[in-house]
Design a binder for this molecule. Structure first.
Ligand code: DQA
Length: 157
């Protein structure tokens, strides 16, 4: 099982940027915790961060045929990017979006969400722990899909 974690703009500044909203944890620390959970569960995990919309689109596309699921925090592009939304829809992989803050309780413009309608689920407002919840959710979704595929194969035979 392979999961790709895609982090959008300014998330490389976690631990520095607006600590009152995003907390003190650095992106590397979040990724280290996710890696630990992945290793414990024999899951392959890849991390990618970019401040550029096109690079995020490219990464989502690369997941096609390579990954079983995507965990994405598209950060500010969540609210604007039809291109990232279309890429997620195109690859048609289970995708969970994470937001560290509760975007529903913040400025009006953060209520607009281009990404959520093409995702399996959204996890918001749990702080960095949201990434852990996303890992748990993604392993569950992929296991269910695999079990359903195997049951279907067994029926055909
Ligand atoms: C964010 C919320 C976005 O509105 C913001 O632009 C971010 C981070 C979050 O994780 O809470 O950069 O995605």
């Amino acid at each position: 099982m392979k999961i790709v974690v895609i982090q959008g703009p300014n998330l490389n500044m976690l631990g520095v940027r607006e600590q009152n909203i995003y907390g003190p944890m650095k992106l590397e620390q979040i990724h280290a915790q996710m890696k630990e959970v992945a290793t414990q569960n024999s899951v392959e995990i890849e991390f990618f961060q970019s401040n550029l919309e096109g690079e995020i689109v490219d990464k989502v596309q690369e997941c096609y045929g390579e990954a079983h699921g995507i965990i994405i925090n598209a950060a500010a592009y969540t609210h604007t990017s039809i291109a990232i939304r279309d890429a997620i829809a195109a690859v048609n992989l289970p995708t969970i979006e994470v937001h560290i803050s509760n975007i529903h309780r913040r400025e009006e413009f953060r209520k607009e969400n281009m990404i959520a309608p093409v995702c399996s689920s959204s996890i918001v407002g749990f702080g960095p722990f949201g990434y852990h919840l996303a890992m748990m959710g993604m392993m569950q979704i992929i296991n269910e899909i695999t079990a359903a595929q195997e049951a279907q194969k067994a029926q055909v035979q």
